[in-house]
Design a protein around this ligand. Structure first.
Ligand SMILES: Cc1ncc(COP(=O)(O)O)c(C=O)c1O
Length: 436
């Protein structure tokens, strides 16, 4: 059993306790693959903006979901998807104008030579493809990830997702590095992290794999959210690129304006990624994801196997994606993430200053990590207390989740349309939840 907390186990319903009603129905249907939030799961019936509504009529402020990023049931996304599904839905083997309209709009957000985008249905598929492209380009097989990373659920991607592995050891071609925080690297995170990545490259070399890719979530979500100091990621990325490996920026979590200062998380670090993968907020709930790469890199991969995805990049996905980009721009949601995120961070930092149990607040825009520690004031991570706080927040009408190596970091990640009053509501609930 790995000592790292499995991401799917955090704040999860314990299925071994059985259940009745809707819970039993779900367990009977999904069996061992069922994962439900909360020790007492919630049945949801509707959602709008930053709010979700349960069957019993309780309304919850949603800080737990990176998918409905422009707001649950956003009318423009709903209208765009409805209109397109009523008109035409087919695969990318036909020319359909809206698909290229979308890809061109998306490409205006990307940097460097990333002018080809392959559309998929999930972030897992995007990362799977990215690793395969990196192997084809580099001629090597090893992958470096952080020690509590999560990159998805295909066979290949599960191997590079330490936080998903319950029993299996990491395969020989995967080497992990500690998350880029002061706990592992002290003051000089940039150089410490670079040294760890270089050591990982040496290990992969010794094992005969070499480094095909350094794959990292640009805000290290499942590791516990590490955004600062801006730029710390650059030296590690450069070391990999100088050695002929590719940097895959997994933007499934930070992409689409969440960090407030930029559209992508990698921009915070001044990096030129070789590949960018994206998903979750891309369609605001419509299942769509993608991988952006340089044309010559994609061509090298396609020389051997090629790639086709039946549902990926269909016209309905394009309609959803286009509507999301339009709403982000029209409603100034990146700017909102910066403004409301700064307010939220300041409020939570103030709570931390008055509490022994809130040990650190960090992050960027509307993506914050809040560490919770033991009662003895030692600052030691306290996963049990974190679950208690999550339950108390739920009792006061706020949904929140955990992350990090020890499962003791609250992952604060509301929709980007969050307003100041809603941020205050969160701060108030949190203040109450950590009172003792
Ligand atoms: C950073 C990161 N990458 C990739 C994925 C996989 O995306 P999906 O669940 O759409 O396959 C996730 C999902 O949580 C993620 O957090």
């Amino acid at each position: 059993m790995s000592q790292i907390r499995q991401i799917l186990d955090m704040n999860a319903f314990d299925a071994s306790t059985g259940g009745d009603g809707a819970v039993k129905r779900r367990l009977d249907n999904l069996g061992a693959a069922s994962v439900l939030f909360y020790r007492e799961p919630i049945e949801m019936v509707a959602a709008k903006g930053a709010w979700m509504e349960a069957r019993d009529g309780t309304r919850y402020l949603d800080f737990y979901n990176n998918v409905p990023s422009v707001g649950h049931s956003h009318p423009e996304v709903v209208a765009a998807v409805s209109a397109q599904v009523a008109k035409l839905n087919t695969n990318t083997r036909y020319l359909v104008e809206i698909v290229d309209d979308y890809l061109e709009a998306l490409k205006t957000k990307l940097h460097g030579q990333l002018s080809n985008v392959v559309m998929t249905c999930s972030g897992s598929e995007a990362n799977d493809l990215a690793i395969r492209v990196a192997r084809a380009v580099s001629g090597k097989t090893g992958v470096i990830v952080t020690e509590t990373a999560y990159h998805g659920n295909t066979a290949l991607v599960t191997e590079v997702s330490p936080s998903a592995l319950k029993r299996s050891p990491l395969p020989d071609h995967v080497v992990t590095v500690p998350a880029p925080g002061a706990a592992a690297y002290g003051e000089d995170i940039a150089n410490g992290f670079r040294a760890a990545v270089v050591a990982a490259m040496e290990t992969l070399e010794t094992r005969g794999h070499g480094t095909a890719a350094f794959l990292a979530d640009s805000i290290f979500s499942s590791d516990g959210i590490f955004a600062d100091p801006a730029g710390f990621l650059l030296p590690a990325v450069q070391a990999v690129q100088e050695d002929g490996g590719l940097y895959i920026a997994d933007e499934v979590q930070p992409g689409f304006g969440r960090t407030g200062d930029a559209f992508w998380g990698y921009e915070r670090h001044g990096i030129a990624p070789d590949i960018v993968t994206m998903g979750k907020p891309m369609g605001n709930g419509f299942p769509m994801a993608g991988m952006a790469a340089r044309p010559e890199h994609l061509a090298m991969f396609c020389e051997d196997v090629g790639y086709f995805n039946t549902f990926g990049g269909n016209p309905v996905a394009a309609a959803a994606g286009l509507a999301v980009l339009e709403v982000i721009a029209a409603e100034g949601l990146r700017e909102n993430a910066l403004r409301v995120g700064a307010h939220l961070k300041a409020g939570l930092t103030e709570v931390a200053a008055g509490s022994d149990r809130v040990t650190e607040v960090r992050g960027a825009g509307l993506f914050l990590g809040v560490d919770l520690g033991a009662q003895d004031g030692s600052g030691a991570p306290d996963a049990g207390y974190t679950v208690q706080v999550i339950d108390r927040m739920r009792a006061s009408g706020v949904l929140i989740g955990a992350a990090g190596r020890f499962g003791a970091t609250l992952k604060v990640r509301p929709p980007l349309c969050l307003n100041m009053a809603e941020a205050d509501r969160f701060i108030e609930a949190f203040t109450g939840a950590v009172r003792d």
